[in-house]
Design a protein around this ligand. Structure first.
Ligand SMILES: NC(=O)c1ccc[n+]([C@@H]2O[C@H](COP(=O)([O-])OP(=O)(O)OC[C@H]3O[C@@H](n4cnc5c(N)ncnc54)[C@H](O)[C@@H]3O)[C@@H](O)[C@H]2O)c1
Length: 367
């Protein structure tokens, strides 16, 4: 048996916004297994097939079907639950969708973040809030170096800009309202890169596109084979968010700080490398490169020295392990050989075992 995150989440009330989404459902499941009382906040279940539904999360957490754009909705839930921790993941997370509906994207991602912080400011609640933004919050000038937390925020497309704005909202609330040692509210922000893993069915994501096509014996169409990204298994940034929550709770000096969470390897991998790695585990399925529409940046890297030095966090898995864990989940899901809840729980356990064997500080031996 292992002790995780200093057992801080045991018996705590934790509100996860975006609980029905890809990352939110994995985070809610992990918190549930840590003994937390988990509450969800989501407007809908964003995809027809969904990790949230497949693992039966609705029977394990209390989910509020509410709109993050409404301050009234957010206040109602926060005042009712009085959470010890909030992980704010609710968002419109897709770059392409942000071109179709920039207003929805900016309202959800910017006003939604403000509503969480405003509801906390007005409540008398003691709470640590971890706000999830993105590696896309930086002004991406496509240089070869990884972005540091002190680099300029920006965003050429509406999604990226909304995440840069959300960071500014966090900064101003931290500085203007929560910036004293007595503050009941502490806030941190987390900027992670492209996340992959089982149970994602969102549109326009490379792994999802591959799996959907290959599951139907079709060739997958890929727009941007040479684009590189800091790919990570979903459990990697989640371990960072959970560690940040623990340390923010213990250390007031972390209040208002932002952290990058990305792969250890400073070298990011291309779409081509990822697809080839996945094909090793999925009967060498076909790939058809198609013309790129230029809507997404080609190069994006993160520098994670701050998380390594201050939080003692670094990613655990190799690129090959990341691709294998991801592909294995979908293979088992589509072949119906394992109950999805058991499958996800086993992958969390496997990840913890590997993290322990690689001396990650957030996991300790209980014996
Ligand atoms: N998936 C990635 O690769 C990635 C990378 C970097 C950052 N992120 C960030 O992580 C977070 C989670 O991403 P995901 O991939 O799990 O997204 P997802 O699309 O799977 O889930 C989005 C969630 O937000 C909820 N939501 C959307 N609009 C809402 C509203 N108006 N009110 C209440 N809830 C609303 C949805 O119901 C859903 O639960 C997002 O903030 C995203 O920007 C994701």
């Amino acid at each position: 048996m292992y002790a995780l995150f200093n057992d801080i989440y045991k018996n705590k009330k934790v509100l996860v916004t975006g609980s029905t989404g890809f990352k939110g459902s994995w985070l809610s499941l992990w918190l549930h297994t840590l003994g937390a009382k988990v509450y969800g906040f989501s407007i809908d279940i964003p995809t027809k097939l969904s990790h949230y539904k497949e693992i039966g999360l609705e029977n394990k957490i209390e989910n509020f079907e509410k709109d993050i754009r409404s301050l009234k909705d957010v206040q109602e839930v926060i005042n009712k639950v009085k959470p010890d921790f909030i992980f704010h993941l609710a968002a419109q997370p897709l770059v392409r969708q942000s071109f179709k509906d920039p207003v929805e994207t900016i309202e959800t991602n910017v006003i939604g973040t403000m509503n969480i912080l405003e509801a906390l400011r007005k409540s008398n609640n003691t709470c640590c809030a971890i706000i999830i933004t993105s590696d896309k919050c930086y002004d991406n000038i496509e240089w070869v170096w990884g972005y540091k937390e002190t680099d300029t925020l920006g965003g050429k497309d509406p999604y990226s800009a909304s995440k840069g704005c959300a960071e500014l909202v966090v900064k101003t609330y931290a500085n203007s309202f929560f910036n004293n040692p007595e503050s009941k509210v502490k806030v941190g922000s987390a900027r992670a890169g492209n996340v992959i893993g089982g149970g994602d069915w969102a549109q326009d994501r490379i792994v999802v596109d591959c799996i959907k096509a290959w599951a139907e014996d079709k060739a997958v169409e890929i727009r941007n084979m040479e684009a590189t990204r800091p790919w990570q298994h979903v459990l990697e940034p989640l371990s960072g968010y959970l560690l940040l929550g623990e340390l923010l709770h213990e250390n007031p000096l972390l209040n208002g700080e932002a952290f990058n969470f990305g792969p250890k390897d400073i070298q990011s991998y291309s779409v081509r490398a990822l697809v080839n790695e996945m094909r090793k585990h999925w009967k060498n399925r076909e790939v058809k490169p198609v013309k790129n529409d230029g809507k997404e940046a080609k190069l994006l890297k993160l520098c994670c020295d701050k998380a390594a030095n201050i939080l003692n966090w670094q990613s655990t898995l190799t690129f090959e392990e990341t691709a294998k864990l991801t592909t294995d989940w979908y293979k088992k899901f589509y072949s119906k050989t394992e109950d999805p809840f058991k499958l996800s729980k086993e992958q969390i356990d496997e990840y913890i075992r590997i993290a322990f064997s690689r001396n990650q500080k957030w996991v300790k031996d209980n014996d």
